[in-house]
Design a protein around this ligand. Sequence first.
Ligand SMILES: [Zn+2]
Length: 245
Amino acid sequence: MDRRALLLGPLPAVVLAGCGTAAVANQTTNASSADGTSTDESQSSAETTTTLEELATADDQANSLDEPIAMSMTLYLVEDALDPPDSPLSSQRTPEGLSIIAEDMGEVWSQANIVFDPVTIETVQLPRDVLEAIALGLDTGPFFDQVGNTFDLPNPSALNGLYVRAAGRANGFAPSGSRVFFVIDEPSVHDERVSSHEVGHILGLHHDLEDPGTLMFSGTNGTVLSGIERTVARYTAGGVLNGAR
Ligand SMILES: [Zn+2]
């Protein structure tokens, strides 16, 4: 991979996209990476202040796959606060099911030597208006407005997956600039694939438009990460862990 292309490509804008220090608080952006039947995607751009020299150093570190990068991850089984668990807005998944997904995600991301550790599984009850907004069409404004106010997410981690009953037409999505992803109960592709794909977005990866076998191609069971994708993801993961985003 030509380093110049890497440095001058989309990496800086993606990696340096503004993000609050709290894991999930203070985010007001709506979903921008819907997946599934709809494939539209837009990433927010952001100012870049990091120097090329700093990026080159980070690139060297990220390119070394020998060192595992451990990221904490919490998966949330999301229920309707008003009427759990029979509400049509409550996830029908189980904590055991989420544990299996986390394990399978670990296999996918082992390609980049990114390890999900520790993994925490939580059941949370969200206000009905928040769940309805998500279920109807990817509007996560109410979610980000109310987290920390009308509800809390226990044990937020570097990565936070919310497993919801429905999310419009998408299998999953990761609101731009956040470290949160959402996955529906019955996606059209494998659970661990949706989850791993959304983590890819959080770690700075865009959709692959060429090869359905790749993790970042939308709406397939592909799981392959290219060399540059591994580098970008590791670089972004390092930034997350260092508090840079
Ligand atoms: Zn996507």
